[in-house]
Write a protein that binds this ligand. Structure first.
Ligand code: BG6
Length: 505
């Protein structure tokens, strides 16, 4: 394997330097990039925040956080241990600038410290994206030269609805050109999401089946056991739909549903995604379900109701669960519903895509089992599982469901990866294919607009923490004669295979 190219030297400016995203995800990802040796010796980082910190105190807080995370098996950062030499090198590149991101003077001070290429990363709440673009623009910090790039990374949520997303785009595009804008969706940094393209278009065994000729429906699930984890005041305004659906889940949908791009170039991939997202129809009135978790028990631990979480209104109507049914108006997908669901405090942590095939066209074996399905596991036990039916050993022809599982970790060496590494590296390299163009942001907002409108009034359906969500979500599928894939752990695919082998022997 050839060594990856070292990214061009630049200054990375982190707005929101004292915040959770920087501590939990960005600095650990930069640490991982340092270990991979892809950062230029002149790469450096300036953290900007209002918190009363100096260079040393900021460095120390990041170092402490890295050590805490590396010892926590549940943390995203899974480097195993912190290499002192790498930390010393990284720490020496970090400086802190105390400043209010709504004030021009912050950007003037920044301008005095930056020469050459720079990436400005908005790791702050969405309401600050516009003021940051204004501040950078007025200070001339977004002006590129033939030898220096200036890029702006914008986190999600990009707007609260279609109108605000457009307004934010207009504002940013007033100061920067489209190729300078990197709208991030960290799901696109996940190896398993990027792998969907390879699975579909590098293998002849899947793609020919990937359409309404053979598929009954598709389910996309992002179920979490976590609650709002101290982000109550953010979540109160966002809710499950805005937090997860028009961004993360629609990005997965685009990977599953897009037509083959002409090539793997940035433009072709983004065009193909843009086309399928534009074909997703607005959600119909009966095709949406919202829920909110009540008290319950998750994995044996009692959990309070959402309304009792810190920072949450005791009468909150905010949804912590959302499910929708979507139709995609393309020749490939007409007649194949896509069911999307996401929620907090559910029975299991599961991010997966289920492709449910139609029953056999000529069912000589009678009623099918719960099989005939391909499941792509995006997180956790990453990989792919096929559920199918086979003759059960013994006299006569009886069918038994069996499963075969591909586990990522059985084939590939574990490389510490949070997901932001590939995104940060791509941004430094000027490769926007893993970032969203404005059309990929606007189309999903347009599709979910009827949901946002409908949910301005009324109440979410309650579900017990630790359950699979509200009963109304089950009804969304059962009225179509379908059911959600279980959130309970699946029987092991390979153990299933051994059982069948053993029985045959
Ligand atoms: C974030 C949401 O964008 O994605 C969180 O704001 C959510 O609420 C998270 O928990 C899920 O990401 P992941 O990578 O942990 O599945």
């Amino acid at each position: 394997m050839t060594a990856p190219t070292v990214a061009p030297a630049c200054t990375l400016v982190l707005f929101g330097a004292a915040g959770d995203l920087v501590k939990r995800l960005l600095i650990p990802s930069i640490y991982d990039l340092m270990v991979s040796g892809v950062l230029d010796p002149a790469f450096r980082i300036i953290g900007v925040d209002r918190a009363e910190l100096g260079d040393e105190a900021w460095r120390r807080s990041l170092n402490d956080a890295l050590h805490q995370m590396v010892a926590d098996p549940a943390a995203e950062f899974n480097a195993g241990s912190i290499r002192e030499d790498v930390w010393q090198d990284l720490g020496g590149r970090l400086t802190y600038q105390r400043g209010d991101i709504t004030l021009d003077e912050t950007y003037q001070a920044l301008a005095g410290r930056i020469a050459g290429s720079a990436i400005f990363y908005c790791a702050v709440a969405g309401r600050f994206f516009g003021p940051i673009a204004d501040g950078l623009g007025k200070a001339g910090l977004l002006q590129e030269t033939p030898t220096a790039f200036r890029r702006l990374v914008v986190e999600k949520p990009f707007g609260d609805d279609l109108a605000s997303a457009r307004a934010l785009d207009d504002k940013i595009l007033g100061w920067a050109k489209e190729p300078q804008i990197y709208r991030i969706d960290h799901f696109l940094g996940k190896e398993t999401v990027q792998a969907i393209l390879a699975l579909r278009f590098a293998n002849r065994i899947f793609e020919p089946l990937w359409s309404n000729a053979h598929l009954d429906h598709v389910q996309i699930t992002a179920a979490e056991v976590l609650g709002v984890e101290g982000r109550g005041s953010f979540y109160e305004r966002a809710g499950a739909l805005r937090d997860m659906v028009p961004n993360h889940l629609f990005q997965i949908l685009a990977m599953v549903a897009m037509e083959p791009p002409k090539d793997l170039g940035e433009q072709a991939v983004r065009d193909a995604k843009g086309e399928v997202l534009a074909a997703v129809q607005p959600v119909k009135p009966g095709d949406m379900v919202r829920g909110q978790y009540a008290a319950g028990t998750v994995n044996g631990t009692p959990r309070v109701a959402y309304r009792e979480e810190p920072g949450v209104d005791p009468h909150s109507r905010t949804e912590t669960y959302a499910a929708i049914r979507l139709a995609i108006a393309t020749p490939r997908w007409t007649g194949v519903p896509f069911y999307l669901r996401t929620g907090k405090r559910l029975a299991a942590h599961r991010t997966e895509i289920v492709l449910q095939f139609k029953p056999s066209a000529h069912p000589i074996f009678g009623e099918p089992h719960d099989a005939n399905r391909l499941t792509l596991h995006i997180d956790g036990d990453k990989g792919l599982r096929t559920d199918f039916q086979i003759k059960a050993p013994g006299p006569g022809m009886a069918l038994a469901p069996v499963a075969e599982t591909f586990r990522h970790d059985d084939f590939f060496e574990h490389v510490p990866n949070i997901g932001y590494e590939s995104l940060l590296y791509a941004c430094m390299m000027g490769d926007a294919s893993l970032f969203q163009r404005a059309d990929a942001i606007e189309a999903p907002w347009r599709s979910v607009e009827p949901v946002l409108e409908a949910w301005k009034t009324g109440e979410p359906d309650l579900y017990a923490a630790g359950s699979a969500g509200p009963a109304s979500a089950d009804a969304l599928l059962s009225r179509d004669g379908r059911a959600w894939a279980s959130l309970q752990p699946e029987p092991d695919g390979r153990a299933g295979r051994r059982m069948a082998d053993g029985a045959a022997a």
